[in-house]
Design a protein around this ligand. Structure first.
Ligand code: FES
Length: 157
């Protein structure tokens, strides 16, 4: 008789469902727990969550894509978020955005091949009078120019 070993991710989701319950309200805390541990919520995990909560996978996917802190793809070791809100936009965000894209060879929403950097847009970082602003992991940088932004990127390990 063939005995299939249970996938450890399935077991992990099962124990989260055991902890948070099978109500619809458990969906977000379960997703957050997976995100915290794995830094993203894979398609497989999304399907397992849907199966165990008895909801449609599209519902899980729509929650993952709605919240900026949930990701369906593996993220880079460093997350670079450039503010796209109006004050930074008027202060020259666009030139900074194009320069960092060129430097990294990716566009916003993507991760470099070596997984060093994920590039994203953010909404107001609370530094509107010092824009353009960006946040690298937990550190905020202000008064960016294309050159300054590239120097910051080059210092990221
Ligand atoms: S608009 Fe960019 S920090 Fe507020």
């Amino acid at each position: 008789m063939l005995v299939l070993e249970k996938n450890s991710l399935t077991e992990e989701v099962e124990s989260l469902v055991e902890f948070y319950g099978t109500e619809r309200s458990a969906l977000l805390p379960i997703l957050q727990a997976v995100q915290r541990k794995h830094k993203y919520v894979s398609d497989f995990v999304q399907q397992e969550i849907a199966r165990l909560l008895d909801i449609h996978p599209v519902e899980v996917y729509s929650v993952v894509s709605f919240y900026a802190f949930l990701h369906s793809e593996p993220q880079g070791r460093n997350i670079v978020r450039l503010c796209q809100t109006i004050a930074c936009d008027l202060a020259g965000k666009e030139a900074v955005a194009r320069a960092v894209e060129r430097e990294l060879g990716i566009t916003f929403g993507q991760t470099t091949k070596d997984k060093r950097i994920t590039l994203e847009y953010a909404n107001c970082l609370g530094m509107c009078d010092q824009g353009p602003a960006m946040i690298v992991n937990d550190r905020v940088y202000t008064h960016l120019t294309p050159e300054k932004a590239i120097n910051i990127l080059n210092e990221i390990k």
